[in-house]
Design a protein around this ligand. Structure first.
Ligand SMILES: NC(=O)c1ccc[n+]([C@@H]2O[C@H](COP(=O)([O-])OP(=O)(O)OC[C@H]3O[C@@H](n4cnc5c(N)ncnc54)[C@H](OP(=O)(O)O)[C@@H]3O)[C@@H](O)[C@H]2O)c1
Length: 289
């Protein structure tokens, strides 16, 4: 079974990052997850056109204009839809160009100011121009990276998250799913796994209903499956891996999230068994996964 990334959720002091409400959205502004996306995955059941985004905007604008000019589409609704699509494309194009220019220019400005502050005078002029050039080159690289990150995002990743029927694990599963990925959820309880799948499928349905255009296309391949597994049981873990591979083809990202803290209370109140269970789950058993 191929796997590109494995992530362990450790007992870092991440609860301090929790917002005051009940919803845990771990640094995932605009559905971005701290886990780096796997860029090598290509789905077998999706055509190459999904991924080849070269000239995406030009193509989209052309097709929107072409749609407008078709006589069959000259009804009010269709025309409005086409205009909305054109507007959406032009807006994202402007956004990319804007980002690119801002990154490029700000890098140049930072370098320019840096040289001025470090005693730039007439003899430094040449150096300043070189610094501008350097800024532009670096800015171009960073800007292109940002653009590529958005435009050429590799399509649905297969993600397995242990302990994903509540808490952080479930939040991660939801974020991956609503980013268009295919997710395997699991925990020791069959019932919780079933309920979690139902809940996440409902979330996906709602997101699909609300989405339009490219956002809808992105969600089209999202899917959630699950099976019960106790991560302290090697046989169960093997079953889990096989299940995910059978269901999704293979796994890109495996998140070792299952864990327990036995409740937030003073350490002295913990029994030996509590301590053993917490430590075994968070250290020893992740090696089984
Ligand atoms: N919440 C925090 O403030 C915090 C802080 C630091 C680190 N963490 C770490 O982040 C992870 C998630 O924390 P959380 O607060 O979201 O935990 P949680 O709400 O208690 O959820 C734990 C999940 O793991 C599952 N699980 C527990 N033992 C398992 C086992 N032996 N095999 C398989 N699944 C098991 C649970 O389901 P079942 O009980 O149904 O099996 C549940 O789905 C843990 O590793 C925790 O140590 C959390």
């Amino acid at each position: 079974m191929d796997m590109v990334a494995k992530v362990h959720v450790s007992t870092l002091d991440c609860h301090r990052l929790l917002p005051t409400g009940n919803v845990f959205r771990p640094l995932i502004g605009r559905r971005r997850v701290v886990v780096q996306p796997c860029r090598s995955f290509k789905s077998e059941d999706v055509g190459p056109a999904e991924y080849v985004k070269v000239n995406k905007f030009v193509g989209a604008i052309r097709s929107a204009v072409w749609s407008c000019s078709k006589p069959s589409l000259r009804t009010e609704n269709k025309l409005r839809e086409a205009m909305e699509m054109l507007e959406e494309r032009l807006f994202s194009l402007a956004l990319y160009v804007g980002r690119y220019i801002i990154t490029m220019m700000s890098t140049g400005v930072v370098m320019f100011v840096g040289f001025q502050l470090s005693g730039g005078d007439s003899q430094m002029n040449e150096l300043i121009w070189y610094s501008w050039l350097g800024g532009i080159i670096i800015g171009t690289m960073i800007g292109s990276n940002l653009v590529l990150d958005e435009v050429a995002r590799a399509g649905p990743r297969n993600v397995l998250i242990t302990g994903s029927t509540r808490g952080l694990g479930k939040a991660l599963a939801r974020e991956f799913l609503l980013s268009g990925d295919r997710v395997t959820v699991t925990s020791r309880s069959h019932v919780s796994v079933g309920l979690t799948i139902e809940e996440l499928e409902e979330n996906l349905k709602q997101a699909l209903n609300a989405a339009t255009g490219s956002a809808r296309k992105k969600l089209a391949h999202a899917k959630v499956v699950g099976i019960a597994c106790d991560v302290s049981d090697p046989v169960d873990v093997k079953k889990l891996g096989k299940f995910a591979a059978d269901e999704l083809g293979y796994i890109d990202i495996w998140v070792n999230n299952a864990g327990t803290n036995k409740g937030f209370r003073p350490l002295l109140e913990f029994t030996n068994n509590d301590i053993q269970e917490v430590c075994m789950l968070l250290t020893i058993f992740i090696y089984l996964c």
